[in-house]
Design a binder for this molecule. Structure first.
Ligand code: DC
Length: 224
């Protein structure tokens, strides 16, 4: 096995990237880097600062005063915004919506891509996001594009929310997912797309264990 290697996992929201990336990284004994959490921390900062999601100039300006870094507690990634651990505050719908829009900003991307590359240069990583195999780590030893149908992704999200006791509408969740995919796939910089050399894994009809085993066997084949 190589001493330092990177596994890039890209794909749309709800395909199971973070669940799978977490368990695969644990199995491999390497760190898991959740890049979506960085875009979410930046979005939280913009919300707190009262920045309009359509004001590109203001978003770029705020990049100068947002210090985003990550830390690990018991192997679990924590995202730090200007010294504050905001990991528990970034999973709201409001933050999701702002992250989806502000992540299209080139200054936001440049800032966070730099941090992501630095992490991968220091240690072996399993990194998930939208542009890891295409832009952030084009030399990654392993690239996976994880996807699932919008109906399956919506149902997974619906089940999660129902389990938390929240009221929700399946059709609305699927509509939101389709809209987010459209935005992530059509933005000008770093749109979500499968890298030419990525392996496509469709999780629509697979359980977590099956996907995990499939990825581990792809990784083994590529890095030994
Ligand atoms: O994976 P997530 O839902 O936590 O990501 C939050 C938002 O950040 C999502 O709209 C896509 C964006 N994102 C991105 O543009 N590039 C990445 N590498 C990761 C996430």
């Amino acid at each position: 096995m190589k001493s330092i290697y990177s596994v890039a996992i890209d794909g749309p929201a709800g395909a199971g990237k973070s669940t799978i990336a977490k368990s695969v990284s644990k199995e491999l004994g390497v760190i898991y880097v959740d890049t979506g959490a960085m875009y979410r921390a930046m979005a939280l900062y913009l919300i707190r600062e009262g920045v309009d999601a359509d004001d590109a100039e203001a978003i770029s300006k705020k990049c100068e005063t947002a210090d985003i870094s990550i830390d690990f507690i018991d192997g679990v990634q924590q995202v730090i915004l200007n010294g504050e651990n905001v990991s528990g505050l970034i999973r709201t719908e409001e933050v999701s919506a702002m992250a989806s829009r502000s992540s299209a900003n080139p200054d936001v991307r440049a800032k966070l891509v730099e941090l992501q590359r630095k992490l991968a240069a220091e240690k072996s990583v399993v990194m998930d996001g939208r542009d890891i195999g295409t832009v952030v780590l084009p030399q990654a030893e392993v690239k996976i594009y994880l996807t699932a149908s919008s109906a399956v992704r919506a149902k997974r999200r619906y089940d999660e929310l129902v389990a938390k006791g929240e009221q929700c509408d399946l059709a609305q969740i699927e509509a939101d997912i389709i809209e987010r995919d459209r935005r992530d796939m059509t933005r000008e910089i770093s749109p979500l797309k499968q890298a030419d050399d990525a392996v496509l894994v469709d999780t629509s009809d697979l359980g977590i264990e099956e996907v995990k085993n499939e990825l581990l066997s792809i990784i083994k084949e590529k890095v030994g």
